[in-house]
Write a protein that binds this ligand. Sequence first.
Ligand code: FCB
Length: 445
Amino acid sequence: MFDPGFLWGAATSSYQIEGAVAEDGRGPSIWDTFAATPGAIQGGDTGAVAADHYHRFPGDVALMAGLGLRAYRFSLAWPRIQPTGSGPVNQRGLDFYRRLTDTLLDRGIQPWPTLYHWDLPQPLEDRGGWPARDTAERFAEYAALVHEALGDRVTHWTTLNEPWCSAFLGYATGRHAPGRREPDAAVRAAHHLLLGHGLAAEAIRSDDSHVGITLNLTHVTPVGTEPADLDAARRIDGMQNRLLLDPLLRGAYPEDVLADLREVTGFGHVHDGDLKRIGASLDHLGVNYYAPMLVGGSSTPTQSAYVGSPLVRVADGGRPRTAMGWEIDERGLLELLLRLKDDYPAVPLYITENGAAFDDVVEHDGVHDAHRVAYLDGHLRSCAQAIGHGVPLKGYFVWSLLDNFEWSFGYGPRFGIVHVDYATQHRTPKDSARWYAEVIRRGGL
Ligand code: FCB
């Protein structure tokens, strides 16, 4: 069961909700550029206005307080704070986050900032982006600036959100900004993201700061027992989970994954001492979980985010799916949490994202999103079971507080527990928001 100190929260990210992309000195990010590329985003949507949170944050914080949230996970837009990705602080950009943080604290809501949720300043991409080592150094500088400004009021810091996506969707499949399709660059990006985490953690670690990172992890199973299926599961687990977990928690890359990736690139970009910095202790690990993966061997090569493993296919587990087409399986979350406990050194865990998009219908008396309630309820049951098995799970953040810009899918998928009417910016708490408020009030299910 959940103990009284369990941290109940909700999450968002800067580019997905803020809008105001040209205000108060903000510079362009790779997502502004990518969204302006014809065909990159469904419906030609962009984050230019999004949920207009930049202007509406006081009302949004009031809404959070009404739900009884104990913590709010948000991200800071690097190009608001350093419009070109280096150099002095843009005070007006930083002040937005200071006001947001203070407003949260006034309402008794713990601010849980993430320093990077994918919106890299465009000038840094122009100089090579994450495949370039320098970006990791710039990130640490930016982290130090933010920590200097907010370190007196923020205790829990997250460096990166889902570096796997930044690296492999951004630089291998090109489905995310900056839209490059260069598998070898993606592998370098993954390392420099981890290095950026390590350097930033050094920069912001102090007696009263807790530093973590958020990974998108999953539970991978093979479709059958054929050697090709077992090998596919090993490879996908390697690329999706162990490639990041092992350096962070064990101080080394997994040998088998390095061997798989040698088809794609050498590892000259990994310098002596990097792994030591990446593996310096984590105060907590954020886990984003949405769906499990069932995989098998394949005889037809496909190009995917799993570079170095072309003979792998994702199979259908036959379960109901969300509007994203993601299979619903809360058991996968339980298995994942147990695996983290069994295979890795103990570290406090937080679910930093979990939730679902469904085709919500706005009725005269609200949004009756029973599917989302069932999804959240099932996954919270898995959390409770994991805690019962001794998993050090300390908190849960639902994705998302608000409907928002779902990256290359634009505004179609709605993940919010609060509905946003994008024409009027009117917010309507869905049934799931009321249900979640009640869970928080009771301290459990
Ligand atoms: C995660 C992202 C988040 C959101 C959810 C649905 O991968 O971190 O921004 O898009 O998926």
